[in-house]
Design a protein around this ligand. Structure first.
Ligand code: SAM
Length: 235
């Protein structure tokens, strides 16, 4: 936890917060902060700064906080991710959040097992836990938005043109003739396939909407590795 993320409910008054949950445990047991010492804090969707520990008991920690610093800039990307298997979803959510993705669409594709949508990993409390861990890791406060799309075709034909308007549209697919572009400065909408990859119909449907196929070289990467490699190259 490189940043303690605060919410409005933590405030006792304008600049004092009280923590009684895992953040209190972390300050006490892992960071071992004592009175007068400081820690990096940030308000969810708001500014970041320093918290000075003013009191601590077995049940709670109180911090005096001064927030002056803007969170890091988000990546200018909308990520369309075929829903990964639940175990991989947890890690991928954490990685993409830490890397600065703020708009994520989890979508059904032909090679996504429908049963994945019933996974407990898709419950809001589980998703929020992974997003929080990504933000705490990266020192960021801006909460990503996640849209879940269970029908690929109507989404691509009816909603995607609005979502992707004004951005460069890319689909990562092994064997495509064009290499992943590097250090872009424009907004991007990027589609990444499931473990079994996109089927030809899906690639064609995305291409019809202006998506350009790109590759990452001859090695086939796991989704979570491909996401990290693509985001690093693109930005
Ligand atoms: N057998 C699948 C195929 O050939 O499409 C492999 C899918 S890969 C495990 C999962 C996703 O990661 C792909 O759909 C693609 O979006 C991305 N990916 C992985 N390796 C890639 C590469 N070398 N080039 C482009 N995209 C890649």
């Amino acid at each position: 936890m490189n940043l303690i993320i605060l919410t409005a409910d933590d405030y006792l008054n304008d600049n004092t917060v009280v923590l009684r949950d895992r953040r209190h445990q972390h300050l006490k047991q892992v960071l071992k902060r004592t009175t007068g010492e400081t820690v990096q804090v940030g308000l969810r969707d708001g500014l970041m700064g320093e918290g000075t520990l003013i009191s601590q008991s077995t049940e709670e920690t109180q911090l005096q906080v001064v927030l002056t610093q803007a969170p890091p800039p988000p990546l200018p990307i909308t990520l369309l991710l075929a829903l990964p298997r639940p175990r991989m979803l947890a890690r991928t959510l954490e990685h993409v959040t830490a890397l600065g993705v703020k708009k994520l669409v989890l979508m059904q594709t032909a090679r996504v097992e429908k049963s994945y949508w019933q996974s407990p990993e898709l419950r809001p409390e589980k998703i929020n836990q992974h997003l929080l861990q990504g933000l705490e890791q990266a020192r960021d406060t801006r909460w990503p938005s996640i849209q879940q799309v269970q029908r690929f075709k109507p989404f691509v034909e009816d909603e995607l043109p609005t979502i992707s308007k004004g951005s460069r549209c890319l689909v990562a697919h092994p064997g495509m003739p064009t290499a992943c572009p590097y250090a872009l400065e424009e907004p991007v909408t990027l589609a990444i396939g499931p473990e079994g990859g996109f089927v030809p119909f899906e690639i064609e449907a995305l291409q019809k909407q202006g998506f350009e196929g790109i590759h990452l070289g001859p090695r086939i990467l796991r989704v979570e590795t491909a996401v990290t490699a693509l985001l690093s190259k693109l930005f």
